[in-house]
Ligand binder design. Sequence first.
Ligand code: HEC
Length: 151
Amino acid sequence: MQAATSTQVAARRAERRDAPFANRNRRGGGAVPASLVALALLAGCKEPALPRYDFDSAAMERGREVIERVGCAACHEIPGIDWPKGRLGTSLKGFDDIGLIAGALPNDAENLASFVRNAPATKPGSTMPAMPITAEEARDVAAYLYGMNDV
Ligand code: HEC
């Protein structure tokens, strides 16, 4: 077989490069298929009206597990966590009633989740270390701290 000329090679490359665009056009100019839109709408309907970390017992239970796993109680006394009862940080008893997180941030779920995950980034100069938890886990931890007086 004869070696392809450079023009042929270039033409083949161009074909390959254009292929994805050609495919997309066949599917209707890149429009999102109606079935996907329907799926997205369905998924949207399942969202709870309130953030699910507001007194959601499943989230609280996950939060408790996270708190135990990463050892928040090494530094804090935390209701519902029997051991240890650290004293380096403040007791978190009645925490849901305080006005400001660490004396600095409005005590809402978003600030709390952000603070327990990365205190120094949330409150510059905070002496609480950043904790190895995901944003999702931080929301569960916040749910636990807000709901713990009720358990
Ligand atoms: C190494 C010790 C240490 C660990 C571990 C630790 N904290 Fe803290 N925590 C502190 C210190 C110190 C403060 C005070 C920080 C400040 O004032 O900025 C604090 C503050 C807090 C506050 C604010 C308390 C208040 O009265 O405003 C909360 C809530 C909190 N920690 C939750 C947690 C949670 C949840 C974990 C685990 C994910 C955790 N902490 C892990 C040391 C720790």
